[in-house]
Design a protein around this ligand. Structure first.
Ligand SMILES: Cc1ncc(C[n+]2csc(CCOP(=O)(O)OP(=O)(O)O)c2C)c(N)n1
Ligand SMILES: [Mg+2]
Length: 353
């Protein structure tokens, strides 16, 4: 078994370099993401939106990734649960709802993709594809380009533990290992791939054990602890930046909801297990840590929650008022409007018409 513990990997307390303002911003982002996520569930249950897939319970390791990267400089290939990561990298609350409602101003795809398929050029967030794991070889390819061009950038991808049993993962990881790429793979291990528990789809105890097959380091850590997550993720990103090669990160985390709005997890998951996991919720945990440091108190906590709620309300109002795309826009390019393909689509008429 080759998985490293954080203490064997982290060379310094990177979190000590976060200012008090940084830490309060981090907490505020987690609260904001949670409120946005909860609102999406409510809108779905009210029949107002078609789909939602949640990051609830996984925010600490996700946010750590968002804060360890430099927006617009490094590349991020997200997991579909990474709402707080993309907020940390610069997406706005209104962008979440523009996508949820499929509005024309949705920065991910102009309303063409399902929600949670993040894609945001200003922050080098590269589009999520619905087939899981496609982001890993794509990320390795970008990391190779970075290396060949000698650029000061890192490419990081995120996915679930279930997706690491797919062939794409092996190919991307192998490539990153062979070429010692500036690449970080974050596996958000929430224990389930929809209804399939981890032990039914891999024979190792830790995803990080798989790193040795690719000649890279693998680190397993508490993905619900913001400080531990930040130190490990930042170390991996800085190693990649220094040319020391790729890292596999396994954030052990908790999915506190059903897989998606289309799933009923009561058919395969004991309620007692979820209640127990709620005690590991990363948000109260960070609140307690910041309170112990004298940065947070009950009043400030309530104020942060009120402000987050007001941002959610405002973002939803703005997204509801925004226009839908015209139906014919569904056929034209997201990335290269006006391209030859678009001209063909616009000029095409059914035969005989
Ligand atoms: C190639 C492919 N196979 C199957 C699916 C259906 N699918 C969507 S999410 C998912 C489970 C992924 O589990 P995991 O990687 O652990 O991520 P999690 O949802 O737990 O965060 C599956 C099987 C898909 N989208 N793409
Ligand atoms: Mg999973």
């Amino acid at each position: 078994m080759t998985a490293l513990a954080p203490a064997d990997f982290v060379t310094r307390d990177w979190s000590a370099e976060l200012t008090e303002a940084d830490l309060l911003r981090a907490y505020g982002l987690m609260v904001l993401s949670r409120k946005l996520d909860e609102r999406c569930w409510i809108l779905h249950r009210q029949g107002k939106i078609a789909f939602h897939i949640s990051g609830i319970g996984q925010e600490a390791c996700q946010l750590a990734a968002g804060l360890a990267l430099r927006p617009g400089k490094d590349y991020y290939f997200p997991h579909y649960r990474d709402m707080v990561t993309v907020l940390a990298l610069g997406m706005r609350p209104v962008d979440i709802f523009l996508a949820t409602y499929g509005k024309a101003g949705d920065p991910n795809s102009g309303g063409r993709q399902m929600p949670n398929h993040y894609n945001y050029r200003p922050a080098n967030i590269v589009s999520v594809s619905s087939p899981t794991t496609t982001q890993v070889p794509q990320c390795a390819g970008v990391a190779l380009a970075i290396k060949l061009k000698g650029e000061d950038r890192v490419a990081m991808c995120a996915l679930g533990e279930g997706a690491t049993s797919q062939g794409d993962w092996h190919e991307g990881m192998n490539w990153a290992g062979v070429h010692k790429l500036p690449f970080v793979c974050l596996v958000e291990n929430n224990g389930y791939a929809i209804s399939v528990p981890m032990e039914k789809q891999m024979a190792v105890r830790s995803v990080a054990d798989r790193a040795c097959a690719y000649g890279m380091l693998g680190v397993s850590y508490d993905g619900n602890d913001f400080f531990e997550s930040y130190n490990v993720t930042k170390e991996a990103v800085e190693r990649a930046r220094r040319g020391e090669g790729p890292t596999l990160l396994e954030a052990r985390t908790t999915r506190l909801t059903a897989h998606s709005s289309d799933d009923d997890d009561r058919t395969y998951r004991d309620r007692a297990e979820i209640e127990a996991q709620k005690r590991l919720d990363p948000i109260p945990r960070l609140a307690a840590q910041l309170t112990a440091r004298g940065l947070l108190n009950a009043d400030l906590q309530a104020q942060i929650e009120r402000e987050a709620m007001a941002q959610v309300d405002q973002a939803l109002e703005e997204a509801l008022a925004a226009p839908y795309p015209r139906p014919e826009e569904a056929l034209v390019s997201v990335f290269a409007p006006g391209s030859a393909g678009d001209r063909f689509v616009r000029s095409w008429r059914p035969p005989g018409s």
